[in-house]
Design a protein around this ligand. Sequence first.
Ligand code: C2E
Ligand code: MG
Ligand code: MG
Ligand code: MG
Length: 290
Amino acid sequence: LAKQHGRNTYEFFAPEEDRLAVANGERLLSIGRAIETDELRLLYQPILNMRSGVVQAFEALVRWRHPERGLLEPAAFLPDIESNELIHGLDQWVLEHALRDYRRWDSSGRPLKLHINISARTLMTPGCMQDIARLVRSEPGLRPKTLVLEIIESAALDGLEQVGSVVLQGELLGVSFALDDFGTGYSSLTYFRRLPARVLKIDRSFVRDMLIDQEDRDIVEGAIGLARAFGREVIAEGVEGVDHGVRLLHLGCELAQGFGIAAPMPAEAVDAWLDAYRAPADWTQFGCLM
Ligand code: C2E
Ligand code: MG
Ligand code: MG
Ligand code: MG
């Protein structure tokens, strides 16, 4: 009976597993195709120095214009590809297209930096930093100094040392790095300690409730203190309102990104947005008092 039961179970589950594997394979195939057929899009979100009111950078954020499902955010497709080769293709696509978009703003004479998300997996592929440096050099007018690579990590890294040496290599070439989503998942103190990234981005989950939750506020304050002690720049993610900014300035964090400044926008919208944007007076006035 047991044997029969086992066989039934097997017969029941095997097709199901096959079906899942096929569905999975199809999803991956269609992402691969999306990369090749330019179904991906980039949006850009500003990073503001709240004290001076000057926009210092834009971060490129990828979207997938899915033929049936509409505009997809990374949460809908990145998890599928983060653990396989496709992430390299995506990172490469984003790099090329973001550098191309950047040309437009560069010609307007504004000294803007460009932040690009890159998975730690991609950084670990041999020759990655050389490829990036070559790409940067092939863009007329683009200097390595303008590029900030945000290291994103969704799994424990075997090669933390390796990523660390890639970061040093990059810094020698003039490219800088940011540790993304600090305080969540694998973006931990160990990573902070081992990756000599020049910039720390405090995850938006701590910033969101910092006005109502003392513990989140303490974590944000701690992260700012840590960054300062190690001579790193710090950027707060998820700044949704003026009060967030005021509190962050009090805590010593000047750089911010979030819907309270602007939502991610298409490349074509950046110039007009920059012309029209005025930082909230509460922030810049606070800067004068300091
Ligand atoms: P991230 O790098 O931490 O990017 C910030 C995310 O927070 C973006 O989500 C952005 O739209 C969102 N955000 C910005 N301001 C606010 C705010 O005030 N409130 C709230 N609630 N959210 C805000 P998005 O675009 O969905 O990206 C999610 C993640 O996907 C990114 O997190 C990054 O880890 C990854 N990602 C995005 N673009 C790329 C890419 O081109 N390559 C790679 N490898 N990963 C990417
Ligand atoms: Mg990022
Ligand atoms: Mg982040
Ligand atoms: Mg984040």
